[in-house]
Write a protein that binds this ligand. Structure first.
Ligand code: GDP
Ligand code: MG
Length: 168
């Protein structure tokens, strides 16, 4: 019988980068234009079979709006993994993602695995990939690109982040 390990995983990033759409794509394998904007945060449980063990994820989807900012620390506290999402068509969202990396490093679990995500790759990219890769290397982050809309990359990102989390 395989062991089951439970992990809290959180999605952070500016509003409208596609966090909720990523979770929706991952859990339901589909895309909806009509996802309600998240208020505060919601979580969903999802179990992944990683071969040697099961990972029971508690996925926290937060609201990126500044007005909810003061609520967020309790959502990332204790998280073993974090997706910090930006939109590849928005430099602002990339800059905001860097702020999240800093905040998580200073306020979150020091051993949390952080994966930067460039979402919306079905659209024309504005944020230069070389710039992102330089940043990712400097900060030693995991990195993945995806499209919640087309579905490409989403499953891989969840699996890769989950597999990177050490089990006791
Ligand atoms: P959140 O605020 O970060 O949770 O973002 P949402 O998931 O609510 O998405 C914000 C907007 O971006 C919505 O209109 C989505 O339909 C759209 N969106 C999300 N992911 C993608 C994607 O991969 N490609 C495109 N083209 N649009 C997306
Ligand atoms: Mg949302």
């Amino acid at each position: 019988k395989k062991n089951v390990f439970q992990f809290k995983v959180v999605l952070l990033g500016e509003s409208a980068v596609g966090k909720s759409s990523m979770v929706f794509r991952f859990v339901n394998n589909t895309f909806s234009e009509k996802i309600e904007s998240t208020i505060g945060a919601t979580y969903i449980n999802y179990e992944l079979d990683l071969g040697d063990y099961f990972a029971k994820l508690q996925i926290w989807d937060t609201a990126g709006q500044e007005r909810y900012h003061s609520l967020t620390p309790m959502y990332y506290r204790g998280a073993k993994g974090a997706f910090i999402v930006y939109d590849v068509t928005s430099y602002d969202s990339f800059e905001r993602a860097k702020d999240w990396v800093n905040e998580l490093r200073s306020e979150g679990s020091p051993d949390a695995k952080i994966m930067l995500i460039g979402n919306k790759i079905d659209l024309e990219r504005i944020v230069k990939k070389e710039e992102v890769m330089e940043y990712v290397k400097k900060e030693q982050l995991l990195y993945h690109e995806c499209s919640a809309k087309s579905g490409v990359g989403v499953r891989d990102a969840f699996f890769e982040l989950t597999k990177s989390i050490p089990i006791e």
